[in-house]
Design a protein. Structure first.
Length: 424
């Protein structure tokens, strides 16, 4: 199919849940997410492919050429952050649909079936903005998260994943395709490719991630009537922790560690009440696990001292620890070769962010591709990649996935068929 058709679909999807400043707000299992899922389902049905929805809300468009053969999976996610960008995730799904259709046409014209079938996937709740942890659907598929435990996760309003998926009609029960390999294309969400003028990044590894669940417990009191010396203000202590998490990066080389607190809940959240409780999540990431562990130790020590100084209680729990995952060398060689065949410059690159491909890489040999992000901006309405870079990425993905369905990477590692026969 043509580049124009891809761009038309991509820019249409960007209108679903669109925000005033050219972003999107399609958090998992919200009405906006449901509309995007309905678009995916219509596209798949119009193309004549089978549509399956599994028990955690993952959507699969199935192209079966060889009955009984396992599937190459390709895709990303359609959910977004609050006031997020229109490229993150959605680009990979729309690109995968168009790559699949191009390959389907080529298979029909060749008259011979490839070694493997193909499934385009829209993973549930990759972003984790509404339901934590992130990368939920692909991690359940890969066996990293328990499905029942994830269905019981609640959002800030107390709605469970199970209830939210049922509410939009996407609590499925269809069989999951048996995977043989996985491919994903995504915007870089950083500046490396743009700065170096390189159109394609070949992801070779992910960063180590450590999150801390922090609960600051003070005492509720009147903001006007309580003497300053008598207060046990959870928010004041929490504010100092926010700065601690930011400043711990200065203990290490520049850009060796990134950290943030992006979510904070305050109780009772009244303008005339000293806060009794603050809940937040700290996010620490590095290419070196020892740096993250050292930063964690520093924070635990400093937070304990802060609790004593403020005469309050602070509970800190480890949450969502993700080790470095390395993508298979055979996949990197394959994608590098395809880039050369297409006359495209490419380079190996790490991903600092989490992605569905990182989860899938624990189950089957996986490849991940990046295209440039303008100014390196992401999770923001200003997020942007050019039509030309997106189109180049679709061409690259199409050829990579075609090689995968023809058998590339099938014998790369013993884990290829670790779950074969057990993915239903």
């Amino acid at each position: 199919m043509s580049t124009a058709a891809f761009l038309q679909d991509f820019h249409h999807v960007a209108t679903i849940g669109a925000t005033a400043n050219n972003g999107v707000d399609r958090q998992a299992a919200t009405p906006a997410d449901a509309r995007t899922r309905a678009w995916f389902a219509r596209w798949v049905q119009d193309a004549g492919y089978a549509l399956h929805v599994d028990g955690i809300g993952n959507m699969f468009a199935l192209l079966e050429w060889t009955p009984g053969a396992p599937y190459v999976l390709v895709g990303s996610h359609l959910d977004s952050q609050p006031l997020g960008g229109r490229f993150d995730g959605a680009y990979g799904v729309v690109a995968a649909l168009h790559a699949a259709r191009r390959i389907d046409v080529a298979v029909a014209e060749s008259g011979s079936a490839p070694a493997f079938n193909l499934a385009v996937v829209n993973w549930f709740n990759e972003e984790g903005g509404r339901f934590a942890p992130s990368v939920m659907g692909s991690s359940v598929f890969a066996g990293l998260f328990d499905e029942d435990a994830m269905l019981a996760v609640t959002d800030s309003a107390g709605t469970t994943v199970r209830e939210a998926l049922a509410g939009i009609g996407h609590l499925g029960s269809d069989a999951r395709p048996t995977p043989v390999s996985y491919a994903e294309i995504h915007i870089e969400q950083g500046r490396i490719l743009e700065r170096e003028g390189i159109p394609i990044g070949l992801v070779d590894s992910s960063w180590y991630t450590q999150k801390l669940d922090i609960e600051v417990l003070g005492e509720q009191s009147h903001t006007g009537a309580t003497a300053m010396a008598d207060r046990h203000d959870a928010l004041v202590a929490a504010a100092k922790i926010v700065l601690m998490v930011n400043d711990v990066t200065k203990d290490f080389a520049e850009e060796a560690l990134v950290s943030s607190i992006g979510q904070l809940a305050l109780e009772p959240n009244s303008p005339i009440v000293v806060a009794r409780r603050v809940h937040m999540v700290a996010d620490l990431r590095s290419g070196d696990p020892e740096i993250v562990k050292a930063a964690r130790a520093t924070l635990l020590r400093d937070i304990a001292e802060l609790a004593r100084a403020h005469d309050i209680r602070i509970n800190v729990l480890d949450f969502d620890i993700r080790p470095i995952r390395r993508f298979p060398e055979a996949g990197l060689e394959l994608t590098g070769k395809v880039a050369r065949e297409l006359g495209l410059a490419s380079r190996r690159i790490q991903t600092m962010a989490g992605h569905d491909a990182v989860a899938m890489n624990t189950l089957v040999p996986s490849v991940m591709l990046f295209i440039p992000s303008v100014d390196g901006v992401s999770h923001c309405e200003r997020e942007f990649s050019t039509d030309a870079d997106m189109a180049t990425g679709v061409d690259m993905l199409t050829r990579v996935v075609h090689k995968l369905v023809d058998g590339a990477l099938a014998g790369d590692t013993d884990r290829c068929f670790a779950a074969a026969g057990g993915r239903g």
